[in-house]
Design a protein around this ligand. Structure first.
Ligand code: SAM
Length: 241
């Protein structure tokens, strides 16, 4: 596997704002103050990581690069590998063994992305289907939970721009509402790695933006069903059994 030097690590970390505060830091809940440890006397809040949809990295070079980036992010954010849960129904048993060998926590259950962020959590979803993001947002659909999340994944603005508006609002209700209130910072992508890191952003949910939405936004969030989606890009629980 390709290795990255110290400079590469810093570039990745800075791009992801794990080692550098965003410009409007005051307005963003998760920044260096939350992840940096030791040295300057500040108390740090421990960050967890969840990675869905990495892909079959033994046969797919993009997934391999994305795995390398995940390891760099854990390093930059000083997140112990055991605090990073990974799941993809496409993993082979050999791949699961490699991930365990790297110290990561390999989930055995298909959560369909429906994971509650009960503490500050970095979600790493590279080139995943919209339903996975939509499920994740649904599960954390409150002004308390969303600010606990950093998502590194596909740009929500990009998803909206490429979709048919009516279908996007109907099928991916949570993304379509979040796109107006989230903060997205595009990750720079070298042209030779377009297949690996294109359309990738760091997405956060500043409380100040969420609080501008009417209260009705948050009441009784219905679990997404996707009956109308012929091209659903998620493997659901039922489909596995
Ligand atoms: C478009 S592929 C992206 C793979 C890789 N990240 C890449 O960029 O080449 C989407 C991935 O999401 C995975 N996936 C589908 N349903 C999932 C689920 N319920 N939980 C986690 N991953 C899922 C698929 O198996 C697939 O590997």
């Amino acid at each position: 596997m390709r290795t990255f030097g110290r400079t590469g690590k810093l570039q990745v970390a800075e791009s992801a704002s794990l080692s550098k505060p965003p410009e409007n830091k005051k307005d963003t809940e998760l920044s260096i103050d939350h992840v940096e440890k030791g040295g300057d006397g500040r108390t740090s809040q421990h960050l967890e990581c969840v990675c869905y949809g990495l892909g079959p990295f033994s046969s797919c070079v993009s997934a391999r690069f994305q795995l390398a980036m995940l390891l760099l992010l854990l390093d930059a954010g000083q997140i112990p590998p055991k605090d990073c849960s990974v799941y993809d129904p496409a993993f082979t048993s050999g791949e699961r063994d490699v991930l365990k060998e790297l110290g990561l926590t390999v989930l055995t259950e298909n959560e369909e992305g429906k994971r509650s962020a009960t503490k500050p959590t970095l979600f790493y979803l590279m080139h995943c289907g919209k339903a996975l993001y939509n499920n994740l947002l649904w599960k954390n659909w409150s002004t308390q939970r969303l600010p606990l999340m950093i998502i590194i994944g596909n740009s929500f603005n990009g998803m909206r721009d490429r979709a048919i508006e009516r279908e996007f609002k109907r099928d991916y209700r949570y993304i379509s509402q979040a796109v107006d209130v989230c903060e997205e910072r595009a990750l720079p992508c070298p042209s030779r790695l377009i297949d690996v890191f294109s359309d990738t952003a760091v997405i956060t949910f500043p409380s100040s933006s969420l609080n501008k939405l009417p209260q009705s936004t948050w009441t009784e969030p219905h679990e997404p069903q996707y009956q109308h989606c012929p091209d659903l890009e998620i493997i659901q629980r039922e489909a596995l059994s």
